[in-house]
Design a protein around this ligand. Sequence first.
Ligand SMILES: [Zn+2]
Length: 224
Amino acid sequence: MIMSKALFLEPHYGDIAWSCSGLVAQNRQDPIIVSIFPPKRKYYRIQFKGIKYRRKKREEIKFANILGVEIIYLKFKSAFLRGRHLEDLFDKILNPVEEEQVLQLREYISELIKKEDISELYCPMAQRNQIDHLIVKKAVAGLNKIDFDIYYYEDFPNFMPESRKLQVSTALKAIKVDISDVIEEKIHGILQYDSLVEPYFISKEVLVDLIRKTPFETFWKEDI
Ligand SMILES: [Zn+2]
């Protein structure tokens, strides 16, 4: 039997938990998550005065333990640490430092795919053009595609209303994955991220209700 091993690329803390944890829960053959722009103390001083950055890492470690997944943390500087501001966070033009990050990340992913014999690569769709997400997508776009498939995941919590989502290119084929058999694990995993639940949802109950109403995850693949 051919074993398929999946690699999930996460620009930021929580991206995989919120977008693909159902699939991660179903993928029992040692999936790997690579977290590219990890929480940094300095970033939290700039962005969220008072919120302890360590708390974020603790939340994600709890998530990883629940889902039984390994998370590798890289040390790329996220947008704010590179000097971007809120106004240009969704500006699609990469500066030279960011172009360099694309190359470094591509090199890293390419090595990891070979080393771990990865057959499925999950990459953010960058639907909102958040710059860090775009950097990851560009790194993946330039990979030599030998022996592995690329899937793009919905990098906006997939239980948000359709009206709040951007259109996706029709050159991609949408795949809806039924995750109802692991929905309780998904909920349990996502609820570890208190620091993401608090700012975006009125209550945990509201969030849980939304997840239950959306027992699937959407991925896109090039339609060949
Ligand atoms: Zn993100």
